[in-house]
Design a protein around this ligand. Sequence first.
Ligand SMILES: [Zn+2]
Length: 181
Amino acid sequence: MRLKLAIAALLVCGVGFVLHERKSALENHLGTVATELGGRHVHVHCQSFAGNLLDVSSEAGSVRFDASGIPSDTTDLKRPICSALARFPHDVKSPSYACVYTNVDCPQKIWEDVLAVHTLAHETWHLHGYGNEFGADPAAAQATADYAYVRFYPNEPDEYRRPDCANGGPLDLRPTDPVWP
Ligand SMILES: [Zn+2]
């Protein structure tokens, strides 16, 4: 009986350890992305399972600023945002992601993926010094677009890419705007 209990305890601890390792690997990876987007070394913390259960707040992520307006080095992301970011590299290659390129309504899961990427970009702008929401969000939208264009677009299957996807080209949504994408 005692042995069985010990084995059960080891199994529970083992699963907890694996989940913890997976969470910190994701946090490390997201921290690298957030650092690359802005140029200052920053970290991402994902909400724990228990934290998510007890959570009553509505924002997807946050960055603390001190009294003199200096941002913390770490952003806290809600657990569903981290889960979506973890599956994003897989989902972005799936056929259902095509809704994003064609600008039509997306399935809930893909919508959450895009929201999660945008949230990461938004909080990254807070980490890099934008204290207000109206400064962070347009910058985040542009960073999301920049990142998608630089990181994801070149890795898309051939049928998703076109040589005329360029500034001022026929697919540019703002052809007269020199800012690209
Ligand atoms: Zn914000």
